[in-house]
Design a protein around this ligand. Structure first.
Ligand SMILES: C[S@@+](CC[C@H](N)C(=O)[O-])C[C@H]1O[C@@H](n2cnc3c(N)ncnc32)[C@H](O)[C@@H]1O
Length: 285
C-alpha cells in the first residue's frame, strides 16, 4: 500500500517537472528578442553605404549660427559654403535671414535628404543646394563665406586650401576650433562657445617695384598670414616699412621715399597693387 502511493507520488513529481520544463521551453521560444542597439544612421544609410565620417553629426546651436553669419558680415551678395553641413541649418539660415546663396556638403546621404527637405520647408529651395560630397574634395574658390564646425586637425588640413583657393577678402568662420598659428581677425564667445573669423589675406610676400609720381623704389615684403613686414629701398637707402596692414586685398603701409614719410593705401590684385598716386608690380618671390 505504502509502496504504491510512494510510486504515484514519484510519478506525479516527474510529470510536474516535465510539464514545467516544457512550459519554460515554450516561453523562451515565444519571448520577443532582446532590444537591439538603435542604429546611429537611418536604414537607408546603413543599407550597404554607411559613410566613414571624419566628424560626427552635432548641430551648431541656432544662436551661434546667427552669430557666425553676423561675425562674417554675411549679406545677399555672399555665397555661403558649409563643409559638413549636417541638417543644413547654416546655409538655410544664411539664405533665409541674409538673402545669401548657400551650398552645404556632407558625406552622409541621410543628412543631404534631411537638409534638402529643410530648405524646401524654409522656402529657400531655390537659393540653397546640398550635395553629398567629401569636404576634402569640395572646391572652395566660389565661397565668399566658409563655415566650419569640424575638428582642429581638419581645420589645419583645410588651411592651405583656404589660403590657396579662396579669394582675398573671403571670410572663414569656425565654431569652437581655431586654425593653429593663423591668428583670427576676430573672435566672439556665444553661449560659452568660441567662434572665430579669418579674412583670407592676399599673397604679398616677395619683391615689388614701386612707382610713384616722385620716383621708383623697391619693396621687399615678408608675410605670415595677415601679418606683413618689409623694407623699402629708395635712393640707395633701405628703411623698414611702418604700420603695415593687410586685410583681404586691402594693403596700407607708411614708407620713407627719401623726401619724408608717406602713407600708401591700396589694393592687391594678383601680381599688381595700386592706390592713389602709386602702383607696384611683383618682380620676384
Ligand atoms: C559637427 S557636424 C556640423 C554640422 C553643421 N555644419 C552645423 O554646424 O550644424 C559635422 C558634419 O560633417 C559631416 N562629415 C563628416 N565627415 C565628412 C566628410 N569627410 N565630408 C563631408 N562631410 C563630413 C558629418 O556627417 C556631420 O554632419
Amino acid at each position: 500500500m505504502f509502496k504504491r502511493s510512494f510510486m504515484r507520488a514519484v510519478l506525479t513529481g516527474a510529470l510536474v517537472a516535465l510539464l514545467g520544463l516544457a512550459g519554460y521551453w515554450i516561453y523562451q521560444r515565444s519571448r520577443p528578442p532582446e532590444p537591439q542597439a538603435v542604429p546611429e544612421y537611418d536604414p537607408a544609410t546603413l543599407a550597404g553605404q554607411r559613410p566613414d565620417l571624419d566628424v560626427p553629426f552635432v548641430s551648431t546651436e541656432y544662436d551661434i549660427v546667427r552669430a557666425m553669419l553676423d561675425l562674417a558680415g554675411t549679406t545677399a551678395d555672399d555665397v555661403v559654403v558649409d563643409l559638413g553641413s549636417g541638417d543644413g541649418r547654416i546655409p538655410i539660415i544664411a539664405a533665409r535671414d541674409k538673402g545669401a546663396r548657400g551650398l552645404g556638403v556632407d558625406l552622409d546621404p541621410a543628412r543631404i535628404r534631411e537638409s534638402t527637405a529643410n530648405a524646401l520647408r524654409a522656402g529657400v529651395g531655390d537659393r540653397v543646394t546640398f550635395r553629398q560630397q567629401d569636404l576634402f574634395v569640395t572646391p572652395l574658390g566660389d565661397a565668399t563665406v566658409l563655415t566650419l564646425y569640424l575638428l582642429p586637425e581638419i581645420n589645419m588640413q583645410l588651411r592651405p586650401r583656404i589660403l590657396g583657393e579662396m579669394r582675398p577678402g573671403a571670410r572663414v568662420v569656425s565654431n569652437t576650433f581655431d586654425m593653429g598659428d593663423w591668428q583670427p581677425d576676430a573672435r566672439r564667445n556665444v553661449q560659452n562657445s568660441n567662434i572665430f573669423l579669418w579674412i583670407v589675406p592676399a599673397r604679398v610676400e616677395g619683391r615689388w617695384q614701386l612707382r610713384t609720381g616722385e620716383g621708383e623704389a623697391r619693396l621687399t615684403l615678408r608675410q605670415q598670414f595677415q601679418q606683413v613686414s618689409g623694407t623699402i629701398e629708395a635712393n640707395g637707402r633701405s628703411t623698414p616699412l611702418r604700420d603695415v596692414q593687410l586685410r583681404g586685398p586691402q594693403i596700407a603701409f607708411a614708407a620713407d621715399l627719401g623726401g619724408g614719410s608717406r602713407r600708401f593705401v591700396g589694393r592687391v590684385d594678383g601680381a599688381a597693387m595700386a592706390g592713389e598716386g602709386w602702383q607696384a608690380a611683383r618682380i620676384g618671390n
